[in-house]
Design a protein around this ligand. Structure first.
Ligand SMILES: *Cc1c(COP(=O)(O)O)cnc(C)c1O
Length: 222
């Protein structure tokens, strides 16, 4: 299937209030343009240089989401171009983003990345750690961060029962925080979960942002 028909078929099946992030990492600007022509406006990239070089040649109404692990020395370059950072995975990173955002006087929407997978190679807060920090008010002094929700990645497994449990863990934390520590934050509304192989499970569990690469653009050549 073509890029355009994949975009159309995924979007047609999305519940109200859920948006598609087309993950274009490792694919050329031409592939992004093809998806754009099919109506797609939100794209996800995981490397700073790649996002910047694509943003410089592609239409300016594209919403670029950064979905990778952000190194502190790259924050400054990316802030003017990014509309959502999915992978805010430590308090230190948030503090650095806040500092750089203040310099350009821009409030940056960020999702807290939560570690829900069984593999221990993935970045993020544990659910307990995140809840504890939130209750202690550790996220409250970040004036130039707009805390917009949570992001997580399930284990790389074909055990859908396990994936379902992991997404449920993330949704439970999201509900607790939105009714608890973050209840006065009206921006705390996004739950970013679901990739090419597991997004139907994520949708069943209340995902509001699915991040799909391979299913749209094909295999990546690293
Ligand atoms: C690469 C990537 C995706 C897309 O993965 P696919 O399996 O190709 O859909 C989604 N989320 C994150 C964080 C990624 O790094």
């Amino acid at each position: 299937m073509s890029v355009a028909s994949q975009i159309e078929s995924i979007n047609a099946a999305l519940p109200e209030g859920t948006r598609l992030v087309a993950v274009s990492k490792f694919h050329p600007a031409e592939a992004v343009q093809e998806a754009y022509n099919a109506g797609q406006r939100i794209f996800g990239e995981s490397r700073v240089q790649e996002l910047l070089s694509k943003a410089s040649v592609l239409p300016s109404d594209i919403e670029w989401h950064f979905i990778g692990h952000l190194q502190t020395n790259k924050i400054r370059q990316i802030l003017p171009f990014v509309s959502l950072i999915h992978g805010a995975d430590s308090l230190r990173l948030l503090q650095e983003i806040n500092k750089e955002a203040q310099k350009i006087n821009r409030k940056i929407p960020c999702l807290l990345q939560i570690h829900i997978a069984a593999e221990d190679t993935k970045f993020g807060f544990s659910p307990d750690e995140c809840q504890k920090l939130a209750e202690e008010g550790a996220f409250n002094n970040l004036e130039f961060i707009q805390l917009s929700g949570l992001m997580g990645m399930a284990s790389l497994t074909d055990n859908f029962n396990q994936i379902d449990q992991e997404f449920k863990t993330l949704k439970l934390l999201f509900d607790r925080l939105s009714q608890g520590a973050f209840r006065s934050n009206k921006h705390f509304s996004e739950l970013s979960m679901g990739m090419s192989d597991d997004y139907p499970v994520a949708l069943e569990n209340g995902s509001t942002l699915i991040r799909i690469g391979t299913r749209i653009f094909g295999q990546r050549n690293y």
